[in-house]
Design a protein around this ligand. Sequence first.
Ligand code: FEO
Length: 173
Amino acid sequence: MIGKRMQDTINEQIKHELESAYLYLAMVAYFRAEGLDGMATWMEVQTQEEVAHAMRFFNHINERGGRVELRALAQPQKDWPSPLEAFKAAYAHEQFITGTINDLLKVADEENDNPAKIMLQWFVSEQVEEEDAAKKIVDLLTRVGDSGHGLIMVDRELGTRKAAPASGEGEAE
Ligand code: FEO
């Protein structure tokens, strides 16, 4: 059975993951309003991934006889000054999430909770991919600068992102 401290920390992480989904969904709305449908599609897939992340933690608590507790989500920002600023915010958010995964690992270590440690290994690799994906788009948009043509090209490219399989496996991209 999962210990109380580990359970509390994972419940807080479920909130962080759902807040990530909420933030990226706000970005979907922003990109749609800006007519950048490719970026909106990319963020829509990202939103689904974040829900899948939350469910991994949700299922972990349930599988170990614990009790999931859903917490209030913070209202996300509505607008960004530019697509570049939106992706910069996404990159910063992923860095924040990496920090929360590291904190979880610390708790799992202190609690000598091996199942949690094993479960968290997937997230360690996932965060490397999450940060890398966001950083690459930030770099691309920085290079594009004020070029309208460049922005359209990036938008088209990001629109090719495919949704993860329903199993939740392989959602990292
Ligand atoms: Fe759930 Fe994007 O980290």
